[in-house]
Design a protein around this ligand. Structure first.
Ligand SMILES: C[S@@+](CC[C@H](N)C(=O)[O-])C[C@H]1O[C@@H](n2cnc3c(N)ncnc32)[C@H](O)[C@@H]1O
Length: 275
């Protein structure tokens, strides 16, 4: 395991460490073998900021196919707590990872669109969206989901990577990541993995949804991050030749930078607000 990942993992709670060390290897070349652990430790650091408490039931929006933030949330709420993991479509390794973590009894998967959550108003204290803003759509889409989260919960916690590259390895991440939205849109007609927003924009979206911001700050995860990469074959599938050429050039330069300097997690903006 990369030294920084091992050091940061050792700094986490013993039960979390045990859960993460028991996870299956998910080989996804060219990702390094410890990519899943690095991602979960990063989510653990974020979850510490969320105010989620022991014994609580937390609504998590956009849990994704690998339960990356779900596991740290389930650790945080403890044996008598619950995480309602809301996800619209991606469940690929969710069950396998949740089961291997040992936190299965604390986690309830909920297949739903977060624009209309299947919960009564004011039922929960906290709803979270961790690294999900990039997939919620345009500003209006984000505001709609945040408003709905504030309807069912009295507190909203949002965390997302920021478009800030303080080091060469963070800049290498951004260079490759920022190609994703354009390439995915050109090949599928759908926008996902949208460009990261600034901390001011994240705060503004929460306020537009009616949230009263109590905490707004930046975290520095100091961890590797290997998830920006996508295969060149996707760029080669862009139908419009001039656009394809421009994107291929940018992809070639981005991959060269990733190889040269590695890829680090950019700073993360966190916003905690009350309804
Ligand atoms: C970037 S991914 C996974 C984020 C994950 N929490 C993490 O820590 O990496 C964001 C997820 O949000 C989901 N999503 C987007 N819009 C949604 C909506 N309206 N309702 C439910 N899930 C949604 C997507 O399907 C995607 O799996």
């Amino acid at each position: 395991m990369e030294q920084r990942t091992e050091r940061q993992l050792r700094g986490t709670d013993a039960t979390f460490q045990a859960a993460v060390r028991g996870l299956p290897d998910l080989p996804r070349p060219p990702l390094p073998p410890d990519w899943l652990v690095a991602e979960m430790v990063e989510r653990y650091l974020i979850v510490q900021e969320s105010g989620a408490g022991s014994g609580e039931t937390v609504v998590e929006v956009g849990s994704g196919g690998q339960a990356l933030a779900t596991i740290p949330l389930a650790h945080r709420v403890g044996e008598s707590g619950r995480v309602l993991a809301v996800e619209r479509e991606r469940w690929d390794r969710f069950r396998e990872i949740v089961t291997a973590s040992g936190f299965g009894p604390r986690i309830r998967p909920v297949r739903a669109d977060a624009r209309r959550l299947p919960f009564d108003a004011g039922t929960f204290r906290l709803a979270t969206c961790i690294h999900g803003v990039r997939s919620l759509g345009d500003d209006e889409g984000c505001v709609q989901v945040f408003r709905e989260m504030l309807r069912v919960a009295r507190r909203l916690f949002v965390a997302e990577s920021l478009p800030v590259g303080r080091t060469v390895a963070q800049r290498a991440h951004l260079r490759m990541y920022e190609l994703r939205e354009e390439v995915f849109f050109a090949t599928t007609g759908r926008r996902d993995d949208r460009r990261y927003r600034s901390i001011e924009d994240l705060r503004g979206l929460v306020e537009r949804a009616g949230g009263v911001v109590e905490v707004c700050r930046t975290l520095e995860p100091d961890l590797p991050h290997a998830l920006a990469f996508f295969p060149r074959s996707l760029v080669e599938a862009v139908p419009d030749p001039p656009l394809r050429g421009r994107l291929e050039d940018r992809w070639d330069r981005a991959v060269e930078e990733l190889r040269r300097s590695g890829e680090d997690h950019p700073p993360v903006g966190v916003v905690l607000a009350r309804a």
